[in-house]
Design a protein around this ligand. Structure first.
Ligand SMILES: Nc1ncnc2c1ncn2[C@@H]1O[C@H](COP(=O)(O)OP(=O)(O)OP(=O)(O)O)[C@@H](O)[C@H]1O
Length: 624
């Protein structure tokens, strides 16, 4: 039992030491000279109260002699000199405190700035989506980002909190030495032990509190989500139309209580009782010291008496001040730990990627094949189980299947946003993992169902399909024209340079269908600049009937010679494809041309007829 407690204590101590070392290593990022200057300021702030305490004790001790000797005496002058020292120490402290705060703020911001860079670098370093879809890693990222963003208990604050301890410990040492020299070393030792015990008790509580907070990350996430939902435009329409305000308020309230309940309970447990226990110890020690001082008062000089009492009170006050430094340190260290865990998680994923064996990715000439490909998201049942699929190069292949059949996942595997857990994907017989990732991706132009809507100009929104050619205005204009977006762009306040966000100057918002055309233009722009495989996930979902009808002919002409993979639930879009693949239960259920599949009268024919019947019903007014 004792062994277990000892091991857990040493484990915690080691963990704390490592976390503190991590924070200390962050300090140079704030600039060595700034940190060195702050250390000097902290040392001074630790010494000045001691000087003040000693000097005031000496002043009080010398008052009787100075009063007796009169204003012209040497005793009076020495009183004034010591008084000047006390006043100087007081004023210097008042002046230095705001300087410390300002420098501390600068250190905090610089350290947090670097941590944000580290965080961004880690999340962008991930070549695939794995770490960004892993809930634990995301929670770690969110916790860290939150603390850093608000800067209340961020890693930067942890760093300045650690530096602030220099002042506290200097003052502690100074006061203890004063008590030891003037009165009694055992009393000084007892006071130091009391202060440290008090701090230890509080720090343990703070640590547990910080741990509880991170354990409640999921609830915190939900609170943030509900707040965004209530305040954002995205769900604003539904909240009003469906009258969801009360439901939202209630859910926010319940989640808040679920989050705060354990936190309040923990706060009582970890703050209140240790505080009571350590206060009793502190009061007892102080009482004993004061009793001894009282009993031996006759042996002490007036200076000694004042010094011992004020130094003792100063020490006890110090115990109260430690949490000021310890709270940000405890929480900030956890935030930084979260950043490190996230970075390690990303790097763990990266290591799984085998290094490329070929210098570049060639132009496809024959086929792209999924060979016995298996894949499942972590903790979920497999999406693909030994999938075999051939995509002919230079043709249009449509992939159909019910919701959740794995169509988008197939595209993610093709783009190597995830790696198959079994089998391989080949380009003309070569495993695509043999190509450098970037080189392979420049061969692809993928527009996902939930494509990005950048808060940038129309031109940039299109040009980002081939970022190295962002200044190809002629190319951008041509693809914008070819997707039928030119009239809408002409109506925008700054044409192609209009930012697509209403809150920006001259900004505009596009309709869903217009955004979809922007995304299509982005894919075409990629095609213009080296992409040979275009993947469009639901490209016509937001297009009106006329635009959809024109889409296939127009796009096919523009994508002439390229390999097109089309994912769509609209059979009117799909039917024109050279090859139609029906995905079902993680395998290819059927494939062939539209007429061939209809003739086969299988799954495709069934799905096609269902949609066609609905269409006929609508046209003939039989619906409803
Ligand atoms: N990031 C993810 N993490 C875990 N499971 C996922 C993730 N994305 C998709 N899935 C699951 O994988 C399966 C296939 O999803 P996918 O999005 O590929 O289907 P889909 O055929 O594109 O569907 P839809 O037609 O609705 O767009 C589904 O069961 C889905 O729940």
């Amino acid at each position: 039992m004792g062994g277990t407690v000892f091991r857990s204590w040493t484990g915690t101590a080691r963990e704390q030491f490592a976390a503190r070392r991590g924070i200390v290593r962050l300090l140079p990022r704030a600039g060595r000279s700034l940190v060195a200057a702050l250390v000097v300021v902290e040392l001074l702030l630790g010494c000045l109260p001691v000087v003040f305490t000693v000097a005031t004790a000496v002043v009080l001790g010398r008052v009787p002699a100075a009063v007796d000797a009169g204003p012209d005496s040497g005793a009076w002058r020495s009183l004034v000199a010591v008084f000047a020292v006390a006043a100087g120490a007081f004023v210097a402290r008042q002046v230095l405190s705001p300087v410390e705060r300002a420098m501390g703020e600068l250190v905090t911001r610089r350290v947090d700035g670097r941590v944000v860079d580290e965080l961004m670098a880690a999340s962008l370093r991930s070549p695939g989506l794995g770490p960004l879809e892993d809930q634990r890693a995301l929670d770690a990222l969110r916790t860290a980002a939150r603390e850093v963003e608000f800067g209340v208990q961020s890693p930067g604050r942890a760093a300045t909190g650690l530096l602030a301890l220099i002042a506290r410990y200097t003052e502690l040492t100074g006061c203890a030495v004063a008590v030891g020299l003037v009165f009694s070393w055992p009393a000084a030792a007892a006071l130091v032990v009391t202060v440290l015990l008090f701090r230890h008790g509080q720090r343990g509580g703070l640590r547990r509190y910080a741990r509880t907070r991170s354990r409640l990350a999921a609830d915190q996430r939900e609170i943030d989500y509900l707040r965004d939902l209530a305040g954002g435009a995205a769900a604003g329409k539904e909240i009003r139309v469906f009258g969801l305000a009360d439901w939202l308020r209630q859910r926010l309230r319940d989640t808040h209580l679920r989050y705060l309940g354990p936190l309040w309970a923990e706060r009582r447990r970890i703050y209140l009782w240790p505080f009571v226990r350590f206060s009793v110890v502190a009061l007892t020690v102080t009482g004993v010291v004061f009793a001894v001082v009282g009993a031996t008062a006759g042996e002490l000089t007036l200076t000694g008496f004042v010094l011992v009492t004020t130094a003792t009170l100063g020490l006890l006050r110090l115990a109260e001040h430690y949490p000021e430094a310890d709270l940000p340190t405890a929480i900030g260290m956890r935030a930084y730990d979260a950043v490190r865990r996230f970075a390690e998680h990303v790097d763990g994923h990266e290591e799984q990627l085998s290094p490329p064996r070929r210098p570049t990715a060639p132009e496809p000439v024959g086929t792209i094949r999924f060979e016995q490909v298996s894949f499942g998201y972590p903790g979920r049942r497999p999406v693909f189980d030994r999938l075999d699929l051939t995509i002919p190069v230079g043709r249009c292949t449509a992939i159909v299947g019910v919701n959740g059949a794995g169509k988008t996942t197939l595209v993610k595997l093709l783009a190597r946003l995830h790696e198959p857990t079994g089998g391989r994907i080949t380009l003309d017989g070569v495993d695509i993992r043999e190509f450098p990732l970037d080189a392979w991706r420049t061969r692809l132009g993928v527009i996902f169902q939930d494509f990005a809507r950048y808060e940038a100009s129309v031109a940039d929104n299109v040009g980002l399909g081939a970022v190295a050619h962002l200044d190809d205005r002629v190319g951008i204009r041509e693809v914008v024209d070819s997707v039928g977006l030119a009239p809408a762009v002409a109506r925008l306040p700054r044409g192609l340079d209009t930012p697509l966000a209403r809150h920006l100057t001259d900004g505009a918002e596009l309709s869903g269908g217009q955004w979809q055309r922007v995304a299509l233009a982005r894919a075409l722009f990629a095609l213009r600049h080296g992409a040979r495989v275009v993947v469009l996930d639901e490209p016509t979902a937001s297009l009106d009937v006329r635009a959809e009808a024109g889409f296939f002919a127009g796009f096919a002409a523009l994508a002439e010679g390229a390999t097109t993979v089309l994912i769509s639930h609209r059979f009117s879009t799909v039917r024109h494809a050279d090859l139609i693949v029906v995905l079902e239960h993680g395998r290819v259920a059927e494939q062939g041309g539209h007429a061939e599949l209809l003739a086969r009268d299988g799954r495709y024919a069934e799905l096609f007829r269902l949609q066609a019947d609905r269409f006929v019903d609508v046209v003939e007014g039989r619906v409803g």
